[in-house]
Design a protein. Structure first.
Length: 271
């Protein structure tokens, strides 16, 4: 585990358009402690995934930046693993081979035997060891996402980045994978940064919820501490008074900013 926080300082991202640059995120600041589980929440299009991709090194910031364990992020690194909304598995490789490919890149010094044991371990941890020899097209969407999670974990990263990883799943499968992520996180307390648009998911999983204002020029609007006891039980969380308070505060924030965004559009239209 890192001993220093993940620092996001004055993060600004602009994209060129035919009519000029558009600033999607402006002066985004956050400090995420080692072992924290933090979610980014906001309306669609507010720049959540943009912030996450910059942390991952998949995009460069226009201004400001991200510091991981004292080093500025300029490109992807093995200390950061990314799980996308879509599993993004290589269709010609089996579940085992998809994970093995990532493990081999992350651990070049390991023997083939050690790598195969590592892959088997992580497929077992996510509950799909029996599907190891199957191709992605033979697997359900939920099982494919478990493969993607095992692939990320096989890198043994310090930071796990999750971009709406359950967004394409049915409710039952989503609940199962939320519980799986919590169970795995409890074992080694990796630093996790997750993008979601699901309020209940954010409250259930997180230590903190960072609410983003609507774009353009989105930034941190509210930083909420979730002090619900761990380990968490879904039923107990849903009955806790803090859950209702947090839910109400998130809804109030999102509704307030939705009205502000609507008013801005109306003013621009009148102008």
């Amino acid at each position: 585990m890192f001993v220093r926080p993940l620092e996001i300082t004055s993060l600004t991202k602009c994209f060129p358009t035919a009519s000029g640059d558009v600033t999607v995120v402006k002066d985004f600041n956050a400090r995420i402690l080692p072992g924290e589980f933090v979610t980014l929440l906001g309306h669609s299009g507010c720049g959540k995934s943009t912030v996450l991709s910059i942390i991952a090194g998949l995009q460069e910031s226009t201004f400001g930046g991200v510091i991981v364990d004292g080093t500025e992020v300029r490109e992807p690194g093995l200390e950061r693993a990314f799980v996308f909304q879509s599993p993004c598995l290589l269709p010609w490789l089996t579940a085992f081979e998809n994970v093995l490919l990532a493990a081999t890149q992350a651990h070049p010094g390991k023997s083939n035997t050690d790598l195969r044991q590592l892959v088997t371990r992580y497929l077992g941890l996510v509950g799909i060891e029996e599907y190891a020899s199957q191709l992605p097209t033979e697997l359900s969407q939920g099982t494919q996402q478990r493969v993607a999670l095992a692939r990320a974990l096989s890198q043994e990263p310090k930071i796990l980045l999750l971009d709406e990883p359950f967004g394409m799943l049915d409710s039952l499968t989503r609940f199962e994978l939320q519980d799986l992520v919590l169970e795995l996180w409890e074992k080694d307390r990796k630093t996790v940064v997750m993008v979601t648009h699901d309020i209940d998911e954010a409250i259930y999983l997180s230590d903190r919820i960072i609410l983003m204002t609507d774009g353009p020029e989105s930034r941190v609007g509210l930083d909420l501490r979730v002090s619900l006891p761990r380990p968490r039980c879904r039923h107990a969380v849903s009955q806790d008074p803090e859950y209702f308070d947090l839910h109400a505060r998130v809804i109030d924030f999102l509704e307030s900013h939705s009205r502000q965004f609507t008013n801005q559009k109306e003013l621009l239209h009148e102008a």
